[in-house]
Design a protein around this ligand. Structure first.
Ligand code: UDX
Length: 433
């Protein structure tokens, strides 16, 4: 099939490359000429394992092209995928101006039946609005569909190429048929494709992310209780997750959830609900627990140091919002660093890939270190915020020798408490005695 993907951000790029890899003819377009020029040179603007090789292979095979000529790309395509940004506004609602601008351009370049797909996460009802906009410009037939994306950063290629499920929502049967065909090479069976109306598909995306965020906040809330009661949340988590009705995934307590999706989507969902006069009470609690959780490590450290943070040095391990990505959006590490700096502490930070992004935001207000050991040099405490593989089996004796005081806070429960304690560390985790 001939496809055009508009927007070469995370979702657009992965989808474009993935569809090309299964044999479609894909043009990835963007208004950002510098970004397109970089992609044409084979430089990938985001860190995602496997993406660079996949781009090179498909460009070489002639199935994948990059361009800034959006109009021409629309005219050439049977399926136009909208994957432009929908940044949050101050009130939590999504800014749809880029989506609607693209819809106008599509309307102006209609030259035959096309399926117009939204992959950006958009408020319920957006497909209907896109339909109205396009119809203002053309008498040609077209179908608008919502096809939310569920990929996780760091595992995006796998998630795209082997999806658990595909959600397709449209009020046009013809559009659904075309998209079903497009996804057939990617799914295990036709039952993995869920077709529905556009509004239900749009809501599914928010519902999925809110459900996962709810599991995390629920466990984070219980972890606080667990610690107060002298119970071990890790034992509780395993036993509760062993019930197949609950399942083991997304029950890990930690430093709070971040990233480009969960925080933004739960805010947007509440805004959508308010718009129709409904208060989503559970989701509101999920959000407030997460805010509290992001400050928990700082509060623990402050308590341990009797409030004396001024002039202290703190090592922070892990800056990305989760491992295997350089994305620092809504990262709990940034909240911690902000609080530490505010309290007059010095921060020595390390992350395997996200340090450049932090430097772009914080400049030289903190010290960037080569590895976890350099970060620990002279530190009064070390705090693990992101559970990178690199941090799992440290040389505790070496760390203790490097630090001014052996104080360790584990924001992801990656060590068994007796391990660091056997080396003489004061050790505190999330929800463990
Ligand atoms: C998420 C959804 O998983 C994905 O389906 C959607 O398309 C986009 O949003 P992503 O933001 O890439 O993906 O990361 P994810 O792996 O879901 O983690 C989100 C946050 O939750 C991270 O900060 C992570 O550390 C945290 N998390 C996750 C926990 O604290 N505990 C868990 O058990 C799982």
């Amino acid at each position: 099939m001939k496809l055009t993907v508009i927007g070469t951000g995370y979702v657009g790029l992965v989808a474009g490359v993935g569809f090309a890899d299964v044999g479609n003819d894909v043009a990835c377009v963007d208004v950002d000429a510098a970004k397109i020029a970089r992609l044409e040179r084979g430089e990938v603007p985001i860190y995602e394992p496997g993406l660079d090789t996949l781009i090179t292979t498909n460009v070489k095979a002639g199935r994948l092209t990059f361009s800034t000529n959006i109009a021409a790309a629309i005219r050439a395509a049977e399926v136009v995928i909208i994957a432009v940004g929908t940044p949050p506004q101050a009130d939590g609602s999504a800014n749809l101006s880029a989506v609607f601008a693209v819809a106008e351009t599509i309307g102006q370049n209609m030259n035959g039946f096309k399926v117009v797909v939204t992959k950006s996460t958009v408020p319920v009802g957006t497909a209907d609005r896109i339909e109205e906009i396009i119809a203002r410009y053309t008498d040609q037939l077209f179908g608008v569909a919502s096809n939310p994306e569920f990929l996780k950063e760091g595992a995006a290629i796998h998630d795209f190429m082997k999806p658990d499920r595909v959600v397709l929502g449209s009020n046009s049967a013809r559009a659904l048929e075309v998209l079903r065909e497009l996804y057939t090479p990617l799914v295990r069976s036709s039952e993995s494709i869920h077709t529905m109306d556009a509004r239900s598909a749009e809501l599914t995306k928010y519902a999925a992310n809110a459900m996962l965020a709810t599991r995390i906040s629920f466990m984070n809330d219980l972890a606080v209780l667990s610690e107060k009661l002298g119970a071990d949340i890790e034992q509780v988590r395993k036993a509760v997750g062993a019930d197949p009705r609950v399942g083991p995934k997304f029950l890990y307590p930690g430093a709070g959830f971040g990233g480009s999706c969960f925080p933004k989507d739960i805010a947007a969902l509440q805004h959508i609900a308010k718009g129709v006069g409904h208060e989503l009470e559970v989701v509101r609690a999920v959000e407030s627990v997460n805010h509290r959780q992001k400050r928990l490590l700082f509060e623990k450290l402050r308590r341990h140091l009797d409030g004396e943070l001024k002039g202290r040095t703190v090592a922070v391990w892990g800056l990305a919002f989760k491992p295997k990505t350089d994305d620092i959006r809504e990262s709990p590490a940034l909240v911690l660093i902000h609080d530490l700096l505010e309290a007059g502490a010095r921060v020595r930070a390390h992350d395997p890939v996200a340090m450049d992004n932090v430097r772009a935001q914080l400049g030289e207000r903190i010290t960037y270190c080569q590895d976890m050991y350099e970060a620990a040099e002279g530190a009064d405490a070390a705090v693990l915020v992101t559970d990178w593989q690199d941090y799992r089996q440290p040389d505790f004796a070496r760390l203790k020798g490097l630090m001014r005081a052996p104080v360790l806070l584990d924001g992801r429960n990656i060590w068994e408490p007796q391990e660091p304690r056997s080396f003489g560390f004061w050790y505190s985790a999330i929800g463990r005695p």
